[in-house]
Design a protein around this ligand. Structure first.
Ligand SMILES: NC(=O)C1=CN([C@@H]2O[C@H](COP(=O)(O)OP(=O)(O)OC[C@H]3O[C@@H](n4cnc5c(N)ncnc54)[C@H](OP(=O)(O)O)[C@@H]3O)[C@@H](O)[C@H]2O)C=CC1
Length: 279
């Protein structure tokens, strides 16, 4: 049985605990840091395999593998002075905290792995990006919905930047809803309809046999309403602005770990016109 420690039991820490402890097969033992007494008490009452530790060092000592899930600004307080054996993998899920920095903080030779778990690990339905691949870490995320090990930390940063687009997507849906309400539709009807519309889009994304461009083309009648909104609103300038926002975010993510040398340009044509698959 694997023993997994989690330091920082907030939103993503809780999701990891639930995903790990509600799965099938042999469940791991989970050791939690004590901070956030309400949440950790609830988790330890709910799951027999969850224990709350006296402090962060005890989490490390009792576990075969440790996940660090505190906010970036809390990393010093949470980690400085901890003793981690050279053989014990530590998984860093903190956005913007690179491996070099974590190694300095922990002053250990232990294997360090970065990961980007998403809240859907709770239902074991999120693919988690990891770097570097590790034989104890990858299977852990495999059971939480899948693992995508990447070749280097520069690639990891690109995926990390992509996760920064989620709330813009929700804001887009909220804007569609408020536009409909502004045009006389009842709020609950607009809300229900927009959710249903994009739940359908989400389901269509599950069809891996069709490329994103193919899916877009399949939803678009030549000279129809979808083409009109795409061409008049998602213009090259709009697309450039999105690319620039992501470039800036990526530069900041790399800047945190002193690597600014991989700035990429945005593939405007493919993104806007749907070239590469549309009919
Ligand atoms: N939320 C998400 O979807 C994702 C988050 N992440 C990363 O995970 C990390 C946590 O994010 P999130 O869960 O949203 O944040 P939360 O604020 O929800 O959780 C952080 C937790 O860490 C606790 N904490 C703070 N200091 C310490 C300490 N010294 N020792 C032990 N625990 C401590 C906090 O306690 P208290 O509340 O008392 O301060 C809190 O419970 C971040 O670095 C984030 O970048 C990564 C992927 C996805």
């Amino acid at each position: 049985m694997q023993r997994i420690g989690i330091i920082g039991v907030g939103e993503i820490g809780r999701a990891l605990v639930q995903g790990l402890c509600e799965g099938d097969g042999t469940l791991p033992e989970v050791f939690l840091s004590p901070r956030g007494a309400g949440a950790v008490a609830e988790l330890s009452e709910r799951f027999d395999s969850v224990r709350v530790c006296a402090d962060n060092q005890q989490v490390v000592d009792r576990s075969d593998l440790v996940i660090v899930a505190v906010r970036r600004q809390d990393r010093h307080e949470a980690l400085a002075g901890l003793r981690v054996d050279a053989g014990k993998p530590v998984v860093d899920v903190m956005a913007g905290v690179g491996l070099d920095e974590l190694r300095r903080l922990l002053a250990t030779d232990a294997p360090l792995v970065r990961a980007i778990p998403l809240p859907a690990v709770r239902e074991r339905r999120a693919v988690t990006v990891t770097y570097p691949s590790h034989p104890a870490v990858d299977p852990l995320f495999e059971r939480l919905g899948g693992v995508l090990p990447v070749a280097d930390e520069a690639a990891f940063d690109v995926f990390s930047a992509l996760t920064g687009t989620l709330t813009a997507h929700y804001a887009y849906l909220a804007r569609l809803t408020s536009w409909a309400v502004g045009n006389g539709v009842a709020p609950e009807d607009a809300d229900r309809y927009v959710r249903g519309l994009f739940q359908g889009v989400g389901r269509a994304l599950g069809d891996g046999t069709r490329s994103l461009h193919r899916l877009a083309a399949d939803h678009e009648t030549p000279n129809g309403n979808n083409e009109r909104v795409r061409a008049t609103w998602f213009t090259p300038a709009n697309s450039e602005a999105l690319g620039a926002a992501l470039d800036d975010l990526l530069a900041d993510l790399r800047g945190h770990r002193g690597d600014r040398g991989h700035r990429r340009t945005w593939d405007t044509d493919a993104a806007v016109t749907g070239s590469g698959g549309s009919s």
